[in-house]
Design a protein around this ligand. Structure first.
Ligand SMILES: NC(=O)c1ccc[n+]([C@@H]2O[C@H](COP(=O)([O-])OP(=O)(O)OC[C@H]3O[C@@H](n4cnc5c(N)ncnc54)[C@H](O)[C@@H]3O)[C@@H](O)[C@H]2O)c1
Length: 286
């Protein structure tokens, strides 16, 4: 898919990876619709700083609200036009002070399930439906018409999973929500393939952003010790080339791409050190 001249929704568009994506895509001639939950004036100020005028528009929209996402995507189609996909970066990693009562994790797990998993489903569904609408319901009518097909590339969606999607990553609640993002990526790529829309996810290790600013050093210490290269957290600008690669390469579909410096997370290496169970050293993260 060409970047220049096309429009992409970027959820979490004022965050670390989303913000870097907005800069990268607009600098290459794309229009961007930034979906985030920060106040309208701050979000639009962020969009204005991209320096592309009306080619960058902010939408205050909570990705867990299906109606709000649908309305925002429909506005993107009318006001920016040429919608060709999404880079879905919105997500949360909630921490709690660790106790051995695992059940205390349930409320935060439910929140992360809603934002990271249901939010991913909602964004993927409404962006795909908006791209497919002209093909699917040419006369705006029958949604039970035969399934659409196209041999032409019509869209691309990039989701964000995580190295924590690995079930051994010692990330109790956030981890499985990211495993589900990999699952949604694969099922959507299967369902959307016939209409020429690709869906791919990226699994970064630790990226410097607001999300990781207060992380315990449990994970970063392990990364410094056991990643292959580089043995430092990545910057958001080191993630955007993979987003570009996915958008521009028509053969890349239905997979999860690790961008993790060869880091395989704590349980495989640090846990073995000194014969100690990692739970004795640090509890992990919700
Ligand atoms: N930073 C990392 O180390 C890392 C590692 C692996 C995966 N990821 C994933 O990458 C993605 C981007 O992370 P980031 O580092 O840019 O984080 P970030 O915190 O900088 O950005 C996340 C953005 O999502 C927005 N957001 C949160 N809830 C929302 C909601 N309900 N509706 C709309 N917007 C919402 C936030 O306001 C924020 O701007 C996330 O899905 C994250 O889980 C991050």
């Amino acid at each position: 898919m060409k970047i220049s001249g096309n429009t992409f929704v970027i959820t979490g568009g004022t965050g670390g990876i989303g913000g870097a994506t907005a800069k990268s895509l607009t600098s290459q001639g794309a229009s961007v619709a930034l979906f985030d939950i920060i106040p309208e004036d701050k979000g639009q100020a962020f969009a204005n700083e991209l320096g592309v005028g009306e080619k960058a528009k902010y939408y205050k929209v909570d990705i867990t609200n299906s109606d709000a996402v649908k309305a925002a995507v429909e506005d993107v189609v009318t006001s920016l036009g040429n919608l060709k996909g999404a880079v879905h970066c919105a997500g949360v990693a909630i921490k709690r002070e660790w106790t051995n009562d695992i059940a205390e994790s349930i409320p935060n797990f439910k929140k992360m399930l809603d934002i990271n998993v249901t939010g991913t489903f909602i964004v993927n569904a409404h962006v795909a439906d908006a791209i497919n609408k002209p093909l699917n319901h040419p006369d705006g009518s029958d949604k039970h018409a035969p399934f659409w097909t196209s041999n032409e590339e019509r869209g691309v969606i990039v989701n964000f999973a995580s190295a924590a999607a690995n079930p051994y990553a010692r990330v109790l609640s956030y981890g499985p929500t990211k495993t589900a993002v990999v699952g949604i990526t694969k099922s959507f790529s299967d369902f959307l393939g016939p209409s020429g829309i690709r869906v791919v996810s990226i699994s970064p290790s630790i990226v410097v952003s607001a999300m990781t600013a207060n992380f315990s050093t449990y994970f970063s210490d392990d990364l410094l010790k056991t990643a292959t290269f580089p043995r430092v957290p990545l910057t958001a600008d080191q993630i955007t080339p993979t987003i570009q690669y996915i958008i521009e390469n028509v053969g890349v579909n239905g997979i999860d791409i690790p961008v993790d410096g060869g880091w395989r997370l704590v349980s495989l290496k640090a846990g073995i050190e000194g014969g100690k169970d990692p739970r004795e050293l640090a509890p992990g993260l919700e």
